[in-house]
Design a protein around this ligand. Structure first.
Ligand SMILES: *Cc1c(COP(=O)(O)O)cnc(C)c1O
Length: 370
């Protein structure tokens, strides 16, 4: 039987390379590829993964917040890095670390120009974010005149990119809406590019957009979840390899009689004699309470073992009745044979939330590094 020793998130760099090559092959060779490594590369670990992606030829990186970009620079990442959601308090740091901010509102535009002017910048590269229907961040159509006026009055910044984000690229029922977003993006960028008279990088598609809207790849595509092995679609899932396997081990085994209970609030009551195990992993590690009370389960020596009772902060308990196992044996939470998408579904959530939630106290271990 396998032994793990402690709870680890095992990250397969060969699977990352496989996913990158697959997604890369779905876009034309002249389309640039931006790897989205925000939120610790979706809960994995950002700098080792970014270095691997850089060695594979990724053109660009994106993070959500400024500090994530600074951390990559401090680890030696030299490719351009787009900060998707910066705040004005970060603008000095952005410039000091050669990060490229997303400019998404009039306030952000004015403040960034102010900071960049104060630091004697010219043609500082920024990406303009357009709101084409997601209604999260970005300029609207009626901001265009203001934008063009501001851009023409300053040489402090230069548009390196213009981008927008799709609301439902994975959802075929929303195809009509998505096509409207494509159309709006084309119109707004056409107007901008006509007036500024140079051509920034246009980028719109996330992972599902790369697959479902090949006509909308423009100059660059942005992929996050696909790189980590999830496709939002059973067909694409078959082409990709999840890079993460969350493993733990059996700390202790107990034999309970009928009527005995397990854990806080005595949420599980044994209806018969059972054998159960306690694992060193809980909601503080990212396996939240929604997975408890037999909603989800884990794999022990090739057998499914439901989580019983309430998930605790640092532990959870499983029913291992009839399973041949002993203390110290390896337990798989997600990874082969349980796809993280399926585990997430049992907790009424999606792979994105599950994997980004694996907390920093879980050790990351890299395999297939070359
Ligand atoms: C997170 C994010 C992405 C990546 O999306 P995936 O579905 O993970 O590929 C792309 N663009 C923007 C603006 C994002 O916020």
């Amino acid at each position: 039987m396998f032994k793990t020793g402690e709870t680890i998130l095992e990250i397969d760099l060969e699977a990352l390379a496989h996913n990158y090559h697959h997604l890369r092959s779905r876009a034309a060779a002249n389309v640039k590829f931006m790897a989205v490594v925000k939120a610790y590369a979706y809960g994995n670990e950002a700098s080792t993964l970014a270095k691997k992606l850089s060695s594979l030829g990724v053109d660009y990186f994106a993070v959500a917040y400024t500090d994530e970009g600074v951390a990559l620079r401090e680890k030696g990442i030299e490719e351009p890095i787009l900060v998707l959601h910066p705040q004005s308090a970060n603008f000095e740091r952005i410039i000091d670390h050669c990060l490229e901010p997303s400019i998404y509102s009039r306030f952000v535009l004015n403040e960034f120009v102010k900071t960049a002017t104060g630091k004697a910048q010219t043609d500082y590269p920024v990406h303009l974010k357009l709101n084409t229907g997601l209604n999260r961040l970005g300029f609207a159509e009626d901001d265009m005149e203001f934008l063009l006026d501001t851009l023409q009055q300053t040489n402090t910044i230069k548009l390196k990119g213009i981008f927008s984000h799709l609301a439902a690229s994975e959802d075929w029922r929303e195809r009509e809406f998505t096509l409207k977003q494509l159309d709006r993006f084309r119109k707004m960028t056409y107007h901008l590019v006509e007036t500024i008279k140079y051509k920034p990088l246009l980028h719109l598609c996330n992972t599902s957009g790369i697959i479902n809207y090949p006509e909308a790849h423009f100059d660059m595509v942005r992929s996050g979840i696909g790189l980590y092995g999830f496709g939002n679609d059973p067909e694409l899932d078959k082409q990709l390899k999840p890079i993460g396997t969350l493993k733990t081990l059996i700390s202790q085994i107990h034999h309970l009689d009928k009527g005995e209970t397990v854990g806080y609030n005595r949420a599980f009551k044994a209806k018969e004699k059972i054998k159960m195990a306690t694992l060193p992993l809980g909601h503080a590690d990212g396996i939240n309470r929604q997975y408890g009370n037999e909603k989800a389960g884990v794999w022990v020596n090739g057998n499914y073992a439901p989580i019983i009772g309430n998930v605790c902060m640092d532990m959870l308990m499983i029913n291992i009745t009839g399973i041949d196992c002993e203390e110290g044996d390896e337990v798989i939470i997600f990874g082969e044979p349980q796809h993280a998408t399926d585990f997430a579904k049992k907790g009424n959530t999606i792979s994105y939330e599950l994997i980004t939630g694996i907390s920093q106290r879980v050790k990351r271990k890299f395999i297939n590094e070359n």
